[in-house]
Design a protein around this ligand. Structure first.
Ligand code: ZN
Ligand code: ZN
Ligand code: ZN
Length: 373
């Protein structure tokens, strides 16, 4: 978890919380309560420690928002007096009863997705007859549409990931004779060296292992004449990167290079489709059609993309059935893949931000199947 946020100002958080209140009004909600997860830092700049002690932001229409926080963690909070007041609780108090009191007579309450179930279950015993809905209805649309500072942060994280991908494609990251796990550790160290605060994942999958999209880098030793899929990303100044590039060690056989041209075209079509006003599912359709038409449809076994921002995976999802309209500032991955079980796999991924001037890619390194020594 990063404690660093790219943008932190009292006016920003105040305006975000007032938008939450507007949404609450529109949805006839009396309160929103947010705990661990990313809605809380999005609205306050504060990351709750994901432990057993309760941290909770209570937003109602009546008074200033309250951040209920363990007394011993209160010093971690950067106070923004106009945005929220800090309500510290001591070790022998019951924080859930404090939250219940702050909620007053609230009956319709939005609850953050990642709040521990134990807090909600306990809260339900304090408030009878209340209805709970997911806070994603309130905060989700706000978080999806990134503002200029957020896009700048995504660009910086993307550029840092691109520098590592460039090192991979230049053959600076040694592959042959090393295990996937060693290469994964190497990529992780380079993500940090290029400016990330934390590494979220570094998938390295060689040969037949690349047919498993979320393969866990393991003891398999990488050899000549195979494909190596690398999918990695981290968090930098509070915003995430995520990129996939494949390299081939030696000259790729015809079957692999021709499949890769299909993948390359599919990914480009997906990016091109990611325009303001289009549906999320149309991005998936655009990429999938090319893979289907080439006869690989059964081997593209996942959605085309996911949203990205403070979290590596968040709304909106580029998947068949998602009729949500893409708006300016929506940030998402376009990452089709072709996976032949027992043989090989390949995926190509960029992060894209939809803008009124068209899709803007956060990743700009070579999209081809680069041959390394
Ligand atoms: Zn994935
Ligand atoms: Zn990825
Ligand atoms: Zn991704």
């Amino acid at each position: 978890m990063s404690t660093v946020t790219a943008i932190s100002s009292s006016t920003l958080y105040a305006s975000r919380i007032s938008r939450v209140r507007q949404e609450m009004k529109r949805l006839s909600l009396d309160a929103a309560i947010l705990s661990v997860g990313h809605d809380l830092p999005y609205l306050t700049g504060y990351y709750a420690m994901p432990l057993e002690r309760l941290t909770m932001l209570v937003i109602t229409h009546e008074s200033v928002a309250a951040l209920v926080v363990p007394r011993l963690e209160a010093p971690r909070v950067t106070p923004f007096d106009e945005v929220f007041r800090i309500v510290p609780w001591g070790e022998t108090e019951n924080p859930v009863s404090i939250v219940a009191k702050l909620l007053g007579g609230a009956k319709n309450i939005a609850v953050g997705d990642q709040m521990w179930a134990r807090f909600l279950v306990e809260l339900m015993t304090f408030i009878s007859g209340a209805t709970f809905v997911r806070a994603v209805d309130v905060v989700g649309p706000m978080r999806m549409a990134k503002d200029a500072a957020e896009i700048t942060a995504l660009q910086a994280a993307g550029a840092a990931a691109d520098r590592v991908a460039t090192q991979l494609q230049a053959g600076e990251i040694h592959l042959v004779g090393r295990t996937e796990a060693q290469v994964s550790a190497d990529i992780s160290a380079r993500l940090i060296a290029e400016g990330h605060d934390i590494v979220n994942f570094a998938i390295v999958a060689a040969g037949e292992n690349a047919a498993s999209p979320h393969h866990h880098a393991g003891p398999r030793v990488i050899q000549k004449n195979e494909i190596v899929l690398c999918d990695f990303g981290g968090t930098m100044n509070g915003y995430c990167s995520d990129i996939t590039r494949c390299v081939y060690i030696g000259t790729p056989p015809r079957q692999i290079s021709s499949a890769y041209s299909v993948l390359h075209a599919a990914q480009a079509a997906g990016v091109k489709a990611g325009v303001v006003g289009a549906t999320c599912e149309s991005v998936d359709t655009a990429a999938r059609k090319i893979i289907d038409d080439a006869g690989f449809g059964d081997f593209f076994i996942h959605r085309t993309g996911h949203g990205i921002g403070m979290e590596a995976h968040e709304d909106p999802y580029m998947v068949s059935g998602n009729k949500l309209t893409i708006a300016a500032g929506h940030a998402f991955s376009v990452e089709p893949g072709i996976y032949i079980p027992g043989k090989w796999g390949m995926r190509l991924e960029d992060i894209v931000v939809a803008t009124n001037a068209g899709p803007m890619s956060m990743n700009n390194v070579d999209h081809s199947l680069v041959v390394v020594g």
